[in-house]
Design a protein around this ligand. Structure first.
Ligand code: HEC
Ligand code: HEC
Length: 300
């Protein structure tokens, strides 16, 4: 593949590389032809600091040979490997091919281990210390930036160590979440509820579902709107719906912040929240190990 946008840069690289090597070769040739003239005592005649004399010897033979070898080496290298502008090299080596080869070798070495894990149930695998270690490394490298290295999450990113699940906590649910990713969508709802006062009433009804501090009168007034508007996704009892990732509003676990102000904001703004999909990055066996690691965090 050629990354250059025009011919000027590859030409410049060729001129500098080959010119440099040629220059070195010429210098070597010139030096080998030059006779070393010295005085009788083998010095150039220069004397410093009273008695420091400059010797004048020819280059050592080993040094000249080494110099010649480096020149030959660099020319052979430039024929075999892609070092000259857009020339691809006789061996067809590229860093991508090298990377793919190393990955393939590593995967081959891991194949028997993963094959053993793939045959085990999620439950059994989650007790296997080696599999846990692999699962943890996969998690730290790929998931921790969002869910935290302890997997306890943060605002907007769910805690994976508790038993509260947006999309279900069975091995099958978790595996599906990892393979396909998830997209939680709550549209803005304010226009369906009415004015600020009515929004506040619904908010107090939501607070009452989890026994959080609320105004009982307002909650009573907000109940009907909740049932007609919010229950479609969050359920009449507010316990949520794992098919669409609508959170349980009755458990005092808040993905997007607790309290009246956050709930009012949610009704006004809605929320779209995405868990990326991983089926392209991981093999099915790796996802199996990762699933057992995640499942194990809340089931032991
Ligand atoms: C870019 C951020 C990001 C990364 C990286 C990420 N996730 Fe998520 N994950 C999320 C978000 C956001 C959600 C919640 C989606 C929602 O609210 O609908 C989520 C949800 C989940 C859930 C569902 C939780 C539940 O309560 O049902 C699981 C399981 C999960 N992630 C596991 C993982 C694993 C395993 C990895 C690493 C392979 C990972 N996540 C990487 C952002 C991320
Ligand atoms: C179309 C389905 C849908 C409707 C209707 C809906 N919601 Fe939601 N709601 C969701 C989803 C999905 C989420 C989670 C978004 C995410 O993935 O982070 C959510 C999140 C929330 C949250 C944040 C929960 C937390 O843990 O922080 C609150 C509060 C909430 N909804 C209240 C309401 C109220 C009140 C109504 C009615 C006015 C309502 N929702 C109507 C789907 C819905």
């Amino acid at each position: 593949m050629n990354d250059f946008i025009n011919d000027f840069w590859p030409m410049l690289i060729n001129v500098i590389s080959l010119g440099g090597i040629l220059g070195c070769a010429l210098l070597l040739w010139k030096i080998s032809k030059t006779k070393v003239t010295k005085s009788k005592d083998g010095t150039s005649g220069h004397v410093w600091d009273e008695d420091l004399k400059e010797m004048n010897n020819p280059l050592p033979v080993w040094w000249v040979r080494l110099f010649a070898i480096t020149i030959v080496f660099s020319l052979v290298y430039l024929v075999l490997y892609p070092g000259l502008g857009s020339y691809e090299g006789q061996l067809g080596w590229t860093k991508n091919k090298q990377y793919d080869k190393e990955i393939a070798e590593a995967n081959k070495a891991l194949e028997p281990i993963y094959a053993k894990y793939a045959a085990m149930s999620i439950e059994d695998l989650s007790k296997n210390e080696d599999a846990k270690g692999i699962g943890q490394r996969l998690f730290l490298n790929n998931c921790a930036q969002c869910h935290g290295s302890d997997a306890r999450g943060t605002r907007g990113f769910p805690n994976l160590t508790d038993r509260d699940w947006l999309y279900g906590g069975s091995p099958e649910n978790i595996k599906e979440t990892i393979i396909k990713g998830r997209m939680g969508v709550m549209p803005p709802m304010a226009s369906l509820i009415g004015n600020d006062d009515e929004i506040k009433n619904v908010t107090h009804y939501v607070l009452s579902l989890s026994n959080n501090q609320h105004d009982a009168k307002r909650a009573e007034l907000g109940k009907e709107k909740f049932t007609t508007v919010c229950a479609a996704c969050h359920g009449t009892d507010g316990k949520g719906n794992q098919l669409i990732g609508a959170p349980n509003l009755s458990d005092s676990i808040w993905l997007h912040g607790a309290g009246e102000a956050n709930i009012v904001k949610r009704i006004h703004e809605g929320k779209t929240n995405q868990m990326p999909q991983w089926q392209e990055k991981f093999s099915p066996e790796q996802i199996h190990v990762l699933t057992s690691y995640v499942w194990g965090m809340s089931n032991h």
